[in-house]
Design a protein around this ligand. Structure first.
Ligand SMILES: Cc1cc2nc3c(=O)[nH]c(=O)nc-3n(C[C@H](O)[C@H](O)[C@H](O)COP(=O)(O)O)c2cc1C
Length: 393
């Protein structure tokens, strides 16, 4: 794992560098949330409301961040979240990011909405790969994709359930952002004024495989979505799905099943009832329902509701190692990191993603030292000054 000062010293440095490098439409696609950005603010503010007690004189000279997740030991308490279109940030960005994760010994979740195919990432990256699935109304189509992932060696399936309808991201319409990318009057200048990205990403795709597109989606679906993304959104419509669909998937999938996109304790219990091995407490980084509660606020009640019946993962709003520690303190077993790693990939491909991972690792290590915890299982609600009261509902 490498810290590289070219990429700066924290999340904001990485984001600033990414902002310079990427066309505005793409930068905003990653950076922003839905509508007015209320859920993003909620996530951010919730971390600010919790502080951690310094606890000196506890011999923390041998600190370890190792955890065991779904039976596998990993050296860090976080994983890389599924993020569609990472392949637009860097040429074959999914391979670059997955390699950085493999080097760090942590899982990388490959999104349904990836530009690079699940097979290519499995062949070229190695490491612990998870496959994230958006369930389609056409159940057979979903199962074909699951079979592809299984054949390619993926053993953990992350089913994202929070994208019931297409999220309203007005900045995408305003910037003319679409996948596959179309050069329009609105975005051609944007692309021309970012020549490094143009040559290094789009240029390389055009010279090899053509305009980048969602390589994992069945052709028919890709065509219908490409026709008018203002109406359909970037992901297929799936508002007819129910918990029974999840149950059926559980019956078909023998590997580890993680349900992502839970904010209410009753839904967490429903996922457990359907047989989920793990859940991700997530509001999708504020990208779906604007005005969703902060996931950090929602976490304690969910942890109390499910007890030890399932593994609780957490995401949305992680910018610092201290954010990771706060989520662990409130009961998460591990954390997923979205944009923090994406900015790394955007500025330096594999090296950039490795830098982002390394920054978070160092920050978690430092916080553990200050709060007197040498091991992750020593971090608890008692580490927090004024932890939030668990509320159900
Ligand atoms: C650009 C972008 C694309 C994303 N694509 C997906 C996706 O395809 N599937 C999914 O389950 N979550 C997706 N997410 C959500 C992430 O998995 C994760 O929940 C979120 O990024 C966590 O918040 P953070 O970015 O503040 O860390 C995406 C997030 C971003 C920023």
């Amino acid at each position: 794992m490498s810290f590289d000062s070219r990429f700066g010293y924290n999340f904001d440095d990485l984001r600033d560098l990414a902002k310079k490098r990427l066309p505005k439409g793409l930068f905003e696609f990653v950076d922003r949330g839905a509508e007015d950005g209320a859920a993003i603010r909620n996530n951010h503010d919730a971390f600010g409301r919790i502080s951690l007690y310094p606890r000196p004189l506890r011999d923390v000279s041998k600190r370890s961040q190792a955890i065991t997740l779904f039976g596998r030991t990993q050296p860090l308490p976080f994983c890389l979240a599924p993020t569609g279109a990472a392949g637009l940030l860097w040429y074959q960005g999914e391979v670059a990011t997955a390699r950085a994760a493999a080097q760090a010994g942590i899982p990388y979740a490959m999104s349904t909405g990836s530009i690079t195919s699940i097979e290519k990432v499995a062949e070229q990256a190695g490491g612990e790969l998870w496959f994230q699935l958006y369930l389609f109304p056409d159940r057979a189509m979903s199962m074909q994709l699951v079979q592809r992932a299984k054949a390619a060696g993926y053993r953990t399936l992350v089913v994202t359930i929070d994208t019931t309808v297409s999220p309203n991201r007005e900045h995408n319409y305003r910037n003319g952002f679409n996948i596959p990318l179309k050069l329009t009057r609105r975005n051609v200048w944007d692309v021309m004024t970012h020549p490094r990205w143009g040559a290094g990403v789009i240029g390389r795709y055009l010279a090899t495989s053509g305009m980048p597109r969602f390589d994992n989606l069945p052709d028919a679906l890709r065509r219908s979505m490409a026709a008018d993304q203002r109406k359909t959104g970037l992901m297929p419509k799936n508002d007819s799905l129910t918990w029974d669909d999840l149950k059926q998937l559980r019956d078909l999938w023998e590997g580890t099943l993680i349900v992502k996109g839970i904010v209410h304790p009753d839904d967490a219990c429903e996922a457990v009832r359907c047989g989920a091995d793990g859940i991700v407490v997530s509001n999708h980084g504020g990208r779906v329902l604007d005005n969703a509660p902060a996931t950090l606020d929602a976490l304690p009640a969910i942890v109390d509701a499910v007890g030890d019946r399932t593994t609780v993962l957490f995401d949305s709003g992680i910018r610092r190692g201290s954010d990771i520690v706060k989520a662990l303190a409130l009961g998460a077993d591990a954390v997923l990191v979205g944009r923090a790693a994406m900015w790394g990939t955007a500025v330096g491909g594999e090296a950039g993603a490795a830098h982002a991972i390394s920054m978070l690792r160092d920050e978690v290590d430092r916080v553990m030292g200050f709060i007197g915890c040498a091991r992750i299982d020593q971090i608890s609600r008692a580490s927090c000054f004024r932890p939030p009261v668990a509320r159900v509902g």
